[in-house]
Write a protein that binds this ligand. Sequence first.
Ligand code: PAF
Length: 328
Amino acid sequence: MRMIRRNFVATAVAATATLAAGAAFAQAKEVKVGYALAVNSHYGAAANAWSEALDKGTNGAYKFKQFPSSALGGERELIEGLQLGTVEAAIVSTGALSNFVPDVGVVDIPFLFRDTQHARAVMDGAFGQELLAKFSKRGLVALAWGEQGFRHLTNNKHAVHTVADLKGLKIRVTENPVHITAFRTLGASPTPMSWPEVIGALQQGTIDGQENPISVLTSAKLWQVQKHLTLTAHVYAPMALLVSPAFWGTLNASQKAAFTEGAKKGAIASRAFVDAVEKKGVEEAKANGMQVVEKVDQAPFRAALEPAYKEYAKKFGQKTLDTITATR
Ligand code: PAF
């Protein structure tokens, strides 16, 4: 009799636990998060860490459904989706962002950041945090700055060592006025294009090259469509972890805190991914047949960009540029 009662109690406890888990699962709200690259990229690393932290921080009340590899469209469409409220969350580069939040364009200025440490200090410091706050006036909620690394140049025509080697090269750039000005000033022929079109355009030869960090080069296996890599490190590329204002408005304070903390964890994960991939990515590119120009004298590139720097100073204010440069 006692045995039967014990079995009954055990079964009841198990059933209650299953029901509770089922209820929690049923209540979990799905959050669509989109990004441009595959899951095994710095974007995927950020999304996974964000998702995990969110799961813990909200006791499973919110679950990310990931849409990697531009499944929800290019970055411009993703950002528009956030503004419209059709996408809840996204992780994007600054490529298309300055068309929505013009002040962001300042971080896209070539050779503005001395190195990764400088870039991270700026993005994590007062300047970067104030920049995040500016998104709200533009119909976006920005929670953290992650990272892609420094952008380098790839192409199919010839090895690029000098500014002169860029002459006439058709380089795909992001839909970003600062990048377009830079490549035009350097004598290349910049072709703004959304990322989902880039691999096809490189295959068909409608463009000669593109520029992106090692993290993108390896995750997109750009050696399949590009012969030459030059480590120009011409622009630092942050990534922004964003949420739709419509969705944000549905969250209470502690849920908002969980999303924000999760985004910060995502940002840290993207930087750790970039640190690791930067160490081995160039070797991987060589092993896959890319010709790599490793040493580039940046001084002539900066000198050639002088007219562009004048334009940038007018656009963003010399004071802003000096604040960034002075950050240690
Ligand atoms: O070059 C771009 O558009 C971006 O760096 C990419 C590859 C979409 C990653 O955000």
